[in-house]
Design a protein around this ligand. Sequence first.
Ligand code: ATP
Ligand code: MG
Length: 356
Amino acid sequence: MGLQSLSIRRFRCFASADLDLSSRLNVILGKNASGKTSILEAFYLLSRGRSFRTAHLDAAVQQGSAGFLLAARTISQRFPMEISLARQDGVLEAKIGGKAVKGLSQLAAVFPVQLLDGQANQLINGGPKYRRQFLDWGTFHVEQRFYQTWYGYCQALRQRNILLKANRPKAEVAVWDVELAKHGEELSEIRQRYLQNLCPHALKSAEQSLDGVPVSIEYRRGWPVGMRLAEALQIWAKKDRMLGVTHTGPHRADLAIRVNGRPAQEAISRGQEKVLAAAFLLAQADFYQRESRLSCTLLVDDLAAELDADHLRRLLQRISEVGAQVIMTAIESLPALNETAGAVFHVKQGNCHRMV
Ligand SMILES: Nc1ncnc2c1ncn2[C@@H]1O[C@H](COP(=O)(O)OP(=O)(O)OP(=O)(O)O)[C@@H](O)[C@H]1O
Ligand SMILES: [Mg+2]
């Protein structure tokens, strides 16, 4: 889908900024501290309802204001939609077509974004939560039953953990095991099915990015192979009671990424981690677009950092092949971007102007 336009009010260093966007490559140019990443953050927030920079959204409200407003119009021949996200006096409100929506996941469904920034390496060298987030983004957008199952699982997990933390009797805790195991098994199956379909694309893209070195991905579901989740919950019930938290299940799942048969983080350099992570993220965006026949917006921050000229050129080429709407920041214009940009914006001291 992507966005036709985005209006930013009282957000970070911007009192007011209006961007009239291209459906292809949009370049945001500006010096350090001019507001480039803040604009990407606005796009991300509008899709995900949370920031990639802070857990405290009040930090994103322009200093001296009581709230921010992000409003956009999606690109769609059939159903162009007005979407907005407002934060006022600590309350977050999302609207689609002027109507308030309860779950923020509805915004993500109409305006999906993928972020490729300086933290993308965490997909390779960070903790399991980054790989789960990666997997769940795609599974959410492609597998219809994912959200309902994931939500049911999280609810049951929360209840079970409350009882464990309060040191409630064994039988009381076990009441939640049935629900947890049912949703957990299903969640795991949905994720594995998605990964199986994604893998041919993701591995091809990954191996190309590393000049043909073999790459593999394996789903680790969060409890031992050959065992039902209900059984695992029972076996480790004592440990859960000691820890005061459920420590088996798909909330502990991970992806084992190997390069040339070795754990990726041990086998490749930092620059390679960045191109490998980018290859996975772009393959996933590509896969989403093919499966849904809808467009995804790629937010690309500070791509040039840590990459030599050849890797940068190849990555820019790959980004353009995905055919998504791209919002890309740069400190100065690169010749490769000038040729392909549909729109170029310049940001300076909280002002944003379209140059091309
Ligand atoms: N809540 C806020 N209110 C006002 N200004 C803010 C707020 N939060 C951050 N800023 C300022 O916004 C400016 C822009 O920051 P941003 O990170 O977007 O810049 P950038 O162009 O991405 O810089 P760089 O090239 O160094 O990555 C910074 O000077 C920062 O201090
Ligand atoms: Mg920045």
